[in-house]
Design a protein around this ligand. Structure first.
Ligand code: T4K
Length: 371
């Protein structure tokens, strides 16, 4: 890697182009391009096996999957969620005419703080939508206890949590539904794509209807469904990607380890601790730029940029800073002090399988160089 080669926050790892040709030939041969074709079916089965879950419905992207998950659970009224996420989390609520109620995050995990959820519940609350931020599992046990007490649904935005496990298996098995994203920037990608993980066949059937306009058969439409289907090209690419995903995650783990070792000696830079998962996916590498560092977070972001290193401020601005949310009572900064503080300090460093060791060292050298 040359010193002047840009380093982005992430980059998809692509298999050799010729490895994809046989998949394309198969699509050309059978002429099924979408609507639950053979690759779609294969990928659903293969992902259930890989992820250790029972049922999964593929989608065209994670956002449509979130919108559909809320429909599938017939969620209405108010939903408790986090301000510290990609904006799609809250947008999926607005697309369903649901009012998001924002609750602050835990400073250790940056996930929804279960201790603050109960105070935000009203007679209109029907569900909780937490996010496993950066792939770090939420406190799923505490969240489920609250949901059970108040008869609420739990829909996890698990866009970052592909393959993540806790002591009791896949984190995707918690809650009523979990939603994955297979966007190009994710650990496992299908160019664009996503999935809903669900606990039983009946729920999967309902989700399958909802993602196909509500059609049950040629003549019957049971719900105002949407077109959320994944195409055969995307599903075929997913089958190919799945072959190398373990290798990709193993390389991410090495990069994670290098950053942690090298940054441990830089005053004012703190790496986020794991949140108790037994298997991580190393999807992001967030650091906190604290007052002991020579620059503030934005200063470091700019400095890296001048060196061709494009770190990202995920998640700044907070969702609650965007115009469609900021007037809401729960969006007021006084209600979300931890999220506001984290959004000012976090920087996600480049991490992706093709990032060589010298690329990691280049990033650390700039950070260690201080002001
Ligand atoms: N919930 C959560 C918690 C999410 O994080 C997301 C998506 C969703 C829901 C929604 O899922 P999807 O509907 O997207 O399936 C990116 C992604 O677009 C978005 O999928 C992701 N979260 C979010 C955290 O990040 P940007 O605007 O930061 O992406 P962009 O285009 O600036 O890409 C970042 C870097 O990645 C680029 O600097 C270069 C590299 N890159 C990107 C693309 C698209 C490539 O090398 N190749 C590529 O094809 O949003």
């Amino acid at each position: 890697m040359n010193d002047d080669q840009p380093i982005y926050v992430t980059q998809p790892s692509l298999p050799p182009l010729e490895d994809f040709y046989p998949y394309l030939e198969q699509i050309w041969e059978n002429k099924i391009l979408t609507n639950g074709g053979p690759f779609h079916q294969q990928l659903e089965r293969a992902l259930c096996e890989y992820l250790g879950v029972d049922h999964l419905a593929l989608f065209s992207n994670g956002t449509i999957a979130l919108v559909t998950a809320l429909q599938a659970m017939r969620v209405t009224g108010e939903v408790i969620t986090t301000p510290y996420s990609f904006v799609a989390t809250a947008h999926s609520l607005l697309w369903n005419g649901i009012k998001p109620v924002f609750v602050d995050i835990d400073p250790k995990t940056l996930n929804l703080d279960p201790a603050r959820i109960e105070a935000a519940i009203t007679p209109q609350t029907t569900a909780i939508m937490p996010v496993h931020c950066y792939g770090n599992p939420c406190d799923v046990d505490a969240i489920q206890r609250i949901a059970d007490n108040y008869n609420l649904k739990v829909i996890y935005d698990a866009a970052h949590a592909f393959g993540v496990q806790r002591h009791d298996g896949s984190v995707l098995k918690h809650g009523d539904l979990s939603v994955l994203s297979f966007h190009a920037t994710k650990v496992f990608n299908t160019f664009e794509g996503g999935a809903i993980v669900c606990p039983d066949a009946k729920t999967k059937t309902r989700i399958d209807h909802l993602k196909n306009f509500g059609f049950v058969d040629e003549l019957t439409v049971v719900a105002p469904g949407i077109n959320g289907k994944m195409s055969e090209i995307n599903a075929a690419f997913g089958m190919l990607q799945l072959k190398s995903v373990d290798r990709a995650i193993a390389r991410r783990a090495e990069i994670d380890r290098m950053y942690r070792e090298m940054l441990a000696h830089v005053p004012g830079i703190r790496c986020l601790a794991d949140a108790g998962q037994t298997v991580s996916n190393y999807s992001y590498f967030p650091i906190l730029v604290e007052p002991g560092y020579a620059l503030d977070r934005d200063g470091l972001y700019d400095k890296l940029k001048t060196q061709g290193i494009y770190a990202r401020r995920y998640f700044y601005p907070l969702i609650t800073d965007f115009p469609m949310y900021r007037g809401m009572p729960s969006a007021q900064p006084g209600n979300l002090p931890v999220a506001a503080s984290m959004a000012r300090q976090v920087l996600c460093l480049p991490i992706y399988p093709n990032l060589p060791d010298e690329g990691v060292r280049r990033v650390v050298d700039v950070i260690a160089g201080g002001g």
